[in-house]
Design a protein around this ligand. Structure first.
Ligand code: BG6
Length: 521
């Protein structure tokens, strides 16, 4: 985000006067010279997200002139093959929008360096040396971003060895480290990872990435709430009946069985993406639009979430796993038949939860959250359902109950906001109909989430990353629940929903027994 930030400990000495690039109607600041060191350079994330994002940034003239990428991986690979692989990946992602000249320009700034992640000596002798040579060649000064696009099993080796080689030190420039999710798999591992990071890096250098925070529509939640005076007075338990947050996907687990079997939907989606959406919806107005105060308010929400009673979990949480079915008219296999998945897997691919935020504003308002793979649709939205009017003076004249006002923040796809309200149907004397006031971004989204993530790390803005206390608070909330669910999991319980459906019947009951219903997917 191109906004003020937590830059208190920024000791950059490579600062030059800011220059801006106009994109759409927006002026975006071009970062200072820097280099990006990607660990996991031959991996999926680098190909699918990072290099394509760099390509688009370059095409929009948003990368600094003095810039290079050093891809680090365990495999031996010639630099030419690395460049070629990356260009092929970009072409595949933007088949119609690929410009050869821009592609070649970017490729010329990509380098590859094979490294044994566990060899401390190699960091000191070779990596540090290679970096200095490239920095001198590209005149980037000492602004460095280390991006960990690697499996969590090797996080520790890389972080410790960067520290041992003194590469984490801010020496005449900025040094940032970006850690991709999963940030731990429970409270204990998240705390351990934080401890290891903090031994070599300071909090202001650490970017725990949640790409949901970088989606334009997620950034808009705060703008919408705090830049309009008409909604905030109603944003509380006096007027809001309940909130629904849905992150539905129609894809399956693709080629990620190894990761997903260990993770499951709760770890994969809830402590990060979904709880961040919840925090942005429920938090108090921060004193300033600045990373520190915004992160403070989010953590307060996490601290207010009422722990689930472990002996009555069924009242609050439902899990599911998809069986065979159809998506987009095509037959697809069930989760247990996916390649790499155990035929007896009890890993959940769907979860729905009812959460209460016990504070002054939200006391008594349920937040219903759900997420799943292989559902009927891809849809992420937050819906705020208001209470019915206190006295329904038309009830003796109308046959049906009237739909309450609902405000929907559509995160993706079809990004926008709509408000449902009642209006008189022309003609008969008392006839109401629900109408929808709709705002749509209509494809106006300028930068994709990973483009914002990379820009923000270069600018030193931590607004879109997650602070240590938030990570630990969300794991503290979920860890006992996950442990209980795992210890009581039974093979016979799954699959309990068909691919292409809207999830398990039990999920519908979770909300229906409260006299409410899920919004259609
Ligand atoms: C990732 C999860 O963090 O988010 C994936 O690991 C999920 O399982 C993805 O598919 C969803 O992201 P998006 O941006 O496609 O909604």
């Amino acid at each position: 985000m191109n906004l003020p930030s937590d830059k208190t400990a920024d000791n950059s000495m490579c600062h030059v006067d800011p220059t801006y690039q106009k994109i759409g109607g927006c002026e975006i600041e071009i970062p200072n010279p820097c280099c990006l060191i990607i660990f996991g350079a031959s991996g999926d994330l680098t190909k699918r997200k990072l290099v394509p994002a760099l390509y688009r940034l370059h095409k929009n003239n948003l990368l600094p002139e003095k810039f290079f990428v050093l891809g680090v991986g365990r495999m031996e690979m010639h630099i030419d093959s690395f460049r070629e692989d990356m260009l092929t990946a970009v072409k595949e992602i933007f088949p119609e929008d690929f410009n050869h000249a821009y592609g070649e320009e970017l490729a010329a700034k990509l380098y590859y360096f094979p490294l044994d992640y566990s060899s401390s000596e190699s960091y000191i002798k070779f990596l540090a040396n290679q970096l200095s040579l490239l920095e001198a060649k590209h005149n980037t000064g000492r602004n460095r971003i280390f991006y960990l696009a690697i499996p969590p099993t090797v996080f520790e080796d890389v972080i410790v060895n960067l520290g041992n080689a003194d590469l984490s030190r801010e020496d005449g420039g900025r040094t940032h480290i970006v850690v991709e999710k999963p940030f731990g798999r429970d409270l204990k591992s998240a705390k351990r990872l934080n401890r290891i990071l903090k031994k070599s890096f300071q909090e202001h250098q650490i970017y725990r990435i949640d790409h949901y925070l970088a989606k334009e529509t997620v950034q808009d939640i705060m703008m919408f709430r705090f830049a309009n005076s008409i909604f905030e007075p109603l944003w509380n338990n006096k007027y809001i009946d309940h909130v629904q947050i849905t992150v539905a996907e129609n894809i399956g687990i693709e080629q990620r069985a190894g990761y997903y079997e260990e993770s499951g939907v709760i770890r994969d989606m809830f402590p990060n993406h979904i709880f961040q959406l919840l925090a942005l919806t429920a938090m108090e107005p921060p004193v300033k639009f600045d990373a520190g105060p915004v992160r403070d308010e989010k953590v307060k929400v996490f601290r207010s979430m009422r722990p689930f009673p472990l002996d009555g979990l069924g009242e609050y949480i439902v899990t599911g796993q998809y069986g065979a079915g159809k998506t987009n008219g095509n037959a697809v296999v069930g989760y247990r038949e996916e390649s790499g998945v155990s035929r007896q897997s009890t890993t959940p691919t769907f979860a729905a939860m009812k959460i209460f935020v016990d504070n002054w504003r939200w006391k008594g308002v349920p937040f219903y959250l759900r997420s799943g793979k292989r559902l009927s649709n891809k849809k992420t939205e937050i819906s705020i359902q208001f209470k019915p009017v206190p006295h329904m003076m038309f009830s003796n004249l109308l046959n049906e109950p009237i739909e309450p006002n609902t405000l929907v923040l559509r995160v993706q796809p079809d990004e926008g906001i709509n408000l449902l309200f009642q209006a008189k149907e022309p003609g008969s004397k008392v006839c109401l109909r629900p109408v929808i006031m709709d705002f749509s971004y209509q494809g106006e989204i300028l930068l994709d989430a990973y483009e914002w993530v990379l820009l923000d790390c270069m600018h030193g803005d931590t607004m879109l990353s997650v602070r240590e206390d938030a990570v630990e608070q969300t794991w503290a909330f979920l860890t006992p629940v996950i442990e209980r669910l795992e210890s009581t999991a039974q093979i016979g319980k799954f699959p309990n929903y068909a691919a292409g459906s809207s999830g398990p019947t039990e999920a519908a009951l979770l909300i229906e027994k409260d006299g409410r219903g899920w919004r259609p997917l």
